[in-house]
Design a protein around this ligand. Structure first.
Ligand code: GAR
Length: 195
């Protein structure tokens, strides 16, 4: 039986598309059952739908965090996912929500955690004079961008890099790392993948 995967996005969903493309391979141990977004206009929703994946939009606007999460939970629970993937999902989840999916919710973050949790990761790496940046896939715990690391990939920071050029270089690695980690995770392999 393939592991059932739900993916939460907030924007264009390029990581989500990389995950769907990999899961479309016949030998994959997981299958997508839902792509959901807090933004009904998220470009990734239409892309997922065009690939035949069920989608749901639950706007967070005007809702308290608990009410938003209660609404978001409905389509997620209906889809019965074994694994929940955050892929460019830009809302902070409450401990109650996180506990519900403890040990089976993953996130991708565009830095070499534990460096630079939160926002503006690429600019912060450049400003710090770092020579390397990268991305991390980790298990989600109630602490933001914390939790056991399941995989990391590095890229060089080059002279003249802006946050934009660095983000583009990191994103290429994100699209490789997240599918690779999911393949391992779906078969029960939690050993970190360091690329
Ligand atoms: C990705 O770079 C992802 O790592 C980042 O947002 C981007 C989403 O791109 N996530 C975070 O910053 C989470 N805190 P995508 O929508 O094209 O996958």
């Amino acid at each position: 039986m393939k592991a059932r995967v739900a993916i939460l996005i907030s924007g264009g969903g390029s990581n989500m598309l990389a995950l769907l493309a990999d899961m479309a391979q016949g030998d994959h141990p997981a299958t997508p059952v839902l792509v959901a977004s807090n933004d009904p206009l998220a470009g990734g929703l239409a892309k997922a739908a065009s690939l035949g994946v069920p989608t749901a939009a639950v706007s967070h606007r005007g809702l308290a965090r608990d009410a938003f999460e209660a609404s978001l939970l409905e389509p997620i629970l209906a889809a019965k996912p074994d694994i929940l993937l955050l892929a460019g999902f830009m809302r902070v989840l409450t401990p109650g929500f996180v506990h519900r999916f403890a040990g089976r919710m993953l996130n991708i973050h565009p830095s070499l955690l534990p460096k630079y949790p939160g926002l503006h990761t690429h600019q912060r790496a450049i400003d710090a004079g770092d020579t390397q940046a990268g991305c991390t896939v980790h298990l989600v715990t109630p602490v933001l961008d914390d939790g056991p690391i399941l995989g990391q990939a590095c890229v060089p920071i080059l002279a003249g890099d802006t946050a934009g050029t660095l983000a583009a270089r990191v994103l290429v690695q994100e699209h490789r790392l997240y599918p690779a980690v999911l393949r391992r995770f779906a078969t029960g392999d939690r050993t970190p993948l360091l690329a």
